[in-house]
Design a protein around this ligand. Structure first.
Ligand code: SF4
Ligand code: SF4
Length: 419
């Protein structure tokens, strides 16, 4: 396996004039990003805006700094995000699943055209349907990858992630951005729910015939029959689950639900599906037009997509940069695994999950212990210890990078003076 380079600005002895933002700029210049960006090129900065009431999403200052640096290099920055699958239509001003709502939510999180000095846009449209299909012959489950069309409109894409745990995938960094963040709702539904064939009308008798879901379905898969009951046509369904949310609000989800999933996709398969998408996105954009930063601060077990922050698993690790999405995530996983766990983290307190309580694990507070995945609440209990490894291995099978890396510390000028 060839080794990739991962460059790294650490958090040791941060001080005035040598903050993590200063080190971000120094890292940017040291790795030659100013040469990668050509004058006038559109640089999409793909980040995560954070779910409603999320307090650990990527701090806006890092995004703004990236915007400033793109401008200094002569590029034209766009700050981009993709629409989420159909939660919270009942709260349309603050929903990840509606483009205008997500932009408005970003605004509340400090990410606006005014604060960023750049357009803040959805890269897959108002309902996550503006996609470009890429054939991925290496896809285990998904071969027709629906990448966000807006990313094709940019000349280059900079993936800017907060590196953290993830409730469904063990960890979230560059790979998860590619496999979920950079695909439209078709890709998200395919990864999470196994596609439209998996959606069905479970209880037509619970349908009042209001027609709300019929109007919202972006692919016209729903209609009312002569009795005013809902009929689902799975042919064009992408499993965006907007119909679920439109119908569920205010109802007892168990007793009154109309729609349901035919099967629950196991956690390992979900992650493999995500990495099928990641392979397609890298192919659709082009390796040379992609670069990655993992901002390994505020490292929780929850992702930015959860309406919860959570206590930190380990201390801040710093900022990593690479041209290789697997190497940067592997290096980030290794840093977190080697770090000492923090008091009040889930390792000390335990955490509730839908499958029962995940008990504290004192060993995870020690250095050199597995932490990512153990507190992934939606991962099948038996898959928690292997889910991070599964993500990395599935990405590797896509041929989009290497798991071997050299971690190269890039000391700031102040750090160099002290050497
Ligand atoms: S399934 Fe739900 S939203 Fe759709 S028509 Fe019936 S009651 Fe209304
Ligand atoms: S039927 Fe439901 S899940 Fe399928 S595309 Fe329409 S809104 Fe989305």
């Amino acid at each position: 396996m060839t080794k990739s380079k991962v460059y790294y600005a650490n958090t040791d002895e941060l001080t005035m004039g040598d903050s993590l933002i200063d080190r971000f700029e120094h890292l940017w210049k040291s790795v030659g990003l100013n040469d990668w960006i050509k004058k006038g090129e559109i640089i999409a900065i793909k980040t995560h805006f954070g779910a409603r009431n999320q307090t650990r999403h990527l701090r806006p200052m890092y995004i703004r700094k990236a915007v400033d640096l793109v401008r200094q290099a002569g590029g034209t920055p766009w700050v981009c995000e993709g629409v989420g699958i159909g939660w919270e239509w009942h709260n349309p001003e603050l929903a990840m699943s509606i483009g205008p709502g997500f932009v408005y939510l970003a605004n509340r999180h400090g990410i606006s055209t005014g604060t960023m000095n750049a357009p803040v846009v959805m890269d897959d449209g108002i309902m996550g349907t503006e996609v470009f299909h890429v054939h991925n012959e290496k896809g285990k489950y998904i071969q027709n990858v629906a990448m966000a069309l807006g990313l094709r409109a940019a000349d280059k894409v900079l993936i800017l992630s907060r590196f953290k745990g993830h409730d469904g995938a063990g960890f979230g960094g560059a790979l998860k951005q590619l496999g979920i963040g950079c695909v439209g709702n078709e890709g998200k539904g395919g990864a999470h729910f196994g596609g439209g064939q998996n959606i069905y009308v479970k209880s037509p008798d619970n349908c009042s015939g209001c027609g709300d879901c019929v109007r919202i379905c972006p692919y016209a898969c729903l209609s009312l029959d002569e009795n005013g009951k809902i009929v689902h046509n799975p042919e064009k369904c992408i499993a965006c689950i907007m119909c679920f949310d439109k119908c569920h609000h205010g109802k007892d989800m168990e007793k009154e639900r109309v729609f349901a999933l035919r099967r629950r996709v196991p956690s390992v398969e979900q992650v493999e599906r995500m990495m099928d998408n990641a392979g397609g996105v890298v192919k659709g954009i082009g390796k040379e037009r992609l670069r990655y930063f993992n901002i390994a601060i505020d490292i929780t077990s929850h992702c930015d997509c959860m309406s919860a922050g959570g206590n930190l698993l380990v201390p801040d690790q710093g900022i990593l940069y690479s041209e290789d999405p697997i190497a940067i995530d592997q290096a980030s996983v290794d840093l977190v695994t080697k770090a000492r766990g923090l008091p009040m983290s889930p390792a000390e307190t335990g955490i509730n999950s839908p499958s029962g309580r995940i008990e504290p694990n004192e060993r995870a507070l020690e250095a050199e212990n597995q932490k990512l995945g153990l507190y992934s609440r939606f991962v099948d209990p038996e898959s928690r210890p292997i889910i991070a490894e599964t993500q990395l291995a599935a990405a590797y099978s896509q041929g989009i990078g290497s798991r071997e890396y050299d971690l190269i510390l890039v000391p700031s000028p102040q750090q160099k003076k002290k050497e």
